[in-house]
Write a protein that binds this ligand. Sequence first.
Ligand SMILES: Cc1cc2nc3c(=O)[nH]c(=O)nc-3n(C[C@H](O)[C@H](O)[C@H](O)COP(=O)(O)OP(=O)(O)OC[C@H]3O[C@@H](n4cnc5c(N)ncnc54)[C@H](O)[C@@H]3O)c2cc1C
Length: 455
Amino acid sequence: MIAAAPDKLQALRSHLEGIEIITDPAQVAKLSLDFYHYSPVLSRQLSDKRGDVVVRPADEAEVIRVAAACAKLRIPVTVRGAGTGNYGQCIPLAGGVILDMGKLNQVIWAKPGLARVQAGAKLMAIDKHTREMGWEIRMAPSTYRTATIGGFIAGGSGGIGSVTYGQLRDRGNILGLRVVTLEEEPRVLELRGDEVFKVSHAWGLNGIITEVEIPLAPAYPWAELVVAFPPAGGFMPCAHFGQALGDADGIIKKMISLHAWPIPSYFAPLRGYLPEGSAVALLMAAECSVEPLLELIREHGGQVVYHKTAQEAAKGISLGEFSWNHTTLHCRSVDPSLTYLQSAFPADRELKLVQHMYEYFGDEVLMHLEFIRINGQATPVGLQIVRFTTEERLNEIMRYHEAQGVFIANPHTFIIEDGGRKVMDPRQIRFKEEVDPYGLLNPGKMRTWQERASA
Ligand SMILES: Cc1cc2nc3c(=O)[nH]c(=O)nc-3n(C[C@H](O)[C@H](O)[C@H](O)COP(=O)(O)OP(=O)(O)OC[C@H]3O[C@@H](n4cnc5c(N)ncnc54)[C@H](O)[C@@H]3O)c2cc1C
């Protein structure tokens, strides 16, 4: 899709002299897409969408020049971190500039408990830096090795570590954001406190984040364990164990990732460890907590089938890369027709709705839960694997969950309101009016904005 006329692109080039611009069609096509293809619905809708050019600023001054030129020339701008989002978040619907933030990748400063970094820094690279002084990022998506901090804050929700620290949307998990506006004379704004929520999880619709200030967590040596449960019991003993571990305040943990059979059969690199038919819990726990953890596992009838010390775990593939949406990745690499849901169960220590959904859908919706902390309580969220048949059936499955009281963050839409948030935060709309008066940032993703523009 070519949106910008050739003369506009020529004018853009002259404004951006000295800044890296990619025009090679194959490269532009590659950098226009993300992991939208996990959804059969988005696959159909988005595969042909392309930007016109990719621009790679090296610092904030260059970001400002790009923003000014695009505002003057009325060229759409879609910001891109590493392009690991799943909902076409950074796929341009109206062509224009793909603003690749990858070169803004510096840790600006770090001190105990706190770091300030450029938005294009990769999560793993930030950790490498802060771990030298015994601290690490509080939470990270399972795409930790490739995703950027700016993309995580603008597009993600939480992940490994959320069992202790909650989600990005919880007050205290993002301390400050520096944002460039999309105006003829761009401004640079520093948002602090609750102001950060004007821009966080707004899919790059509300300004270009150039810097991020985040709190850090103590970097424990994290042991990795897989616990299997006897096949005869099905999934629920594993689920109850997960809840008990989530509730065990004295055990320091970073990940509780639960999988009903046959999901473990898709984890090719772990296959030798995982008993046929067993539900499994993939865990990360502080080494100092392994002893009490083993007691809890015994109490719940689990069997440790894989155990790596932090040192051993650092060498090979991490269990984190089987959790969250990496589970979907492994399943789809064996069977590309599989897709997934994103859901949150209500806090309930008896897990009645989990059991109901597990039994009700049987082999059509395979149970995959991650425990996170919501309002202080260990709560399961689901990234269930779905055996896709039709779009109608997929919608029916999601509606059934909602009707029973399970929250669905629909991962099969590129409209921000139809995903997790349902209605747009009015603060974000007001902020967009201020910082993107021409509606050039990631156009076509916010229904409220489109409706206002056409009213
Ligand atoms: C295998 C797999 C596993 C995943 N696991 C998780 C998980 O555990 N938890 C989770 O939350 N997500 C997960 N995701 C989704 C995705 O990885 C995360 O959202 C990730 O944080 C995105 O980072 P990114 O740098 O790739 O961002 P991108 O995909 O490049 O961008 C995401 C959104 O942020 C915007 N954006 C990027 N940079 C900026 C910026 N500097 N300023 C303004 N807007 C910006 C983009 O326009 C886009 O709307 C997973 C995805 C995959 C494919």
